[in-house]
Design a protein around this ligand. Sequence first.
Ligand SMILES: CSCCC(=O)/C(O)=C/O
Ligand SMILES: [Fe+2]
Length: 177
Amino acid sequence: MDIDAWYINSSDEDQRKPHRLEPNKPVSLDELEKLGVFYRKLDADIYESDPELEKICKDQGYTYMDIITINKDALPNYEEKLKMFFEEHLHMDDEIRYILDGRAYFDVRDKEDRWIRIAMSKGDLITLPSGIYHRFTLDETNYTKAMRLFVGEPVWKAYNRPADDLEIRKKYLDSLH
Ligand SMILES: CSCCC(=O)/C(O)=C/O
Ligand SMILES: [Fe+2]
């Protein structure tokens, strides 16, 4: 399974640009898994009747799913939401997203607090663990459609950084040892 992830520079350029270092410093699936980030590729053309997706949901206990389309015309309060998604934050629960169409980036912090950018495109399913600092942005295509999965009723609340005193953050940091 292949993933395109890399360390980013800290330039103030448009967040939608790749922000690759020169030379590029890629991050492997193994390195991401050590941070608790899991990735897999599915066939998004058959998401409505995909036995593989059904099995994942059953095994992981994902009982909630909805679909969000993120572009200027489809998402109410588009600019405000994009700004919110790009604020560094964490959640009390895992963030599970399955890209059905379009492209986007998730950024996650590594153990040394450096940003890693993960390129997401059609068929990519990602799980970010509860307590990890992260953010989300569209890329320069300005469009993605994603399934959001959840165990039980969804809780969308984001805790912006600093949230270091939260138990979930401490638990996450402990899990890295
Ligand atoms: C692709 S869904 C929008 C992003 C989001 O829900 C979130 O919490 C980003 O961190
Ligand atoms: Fe999030």
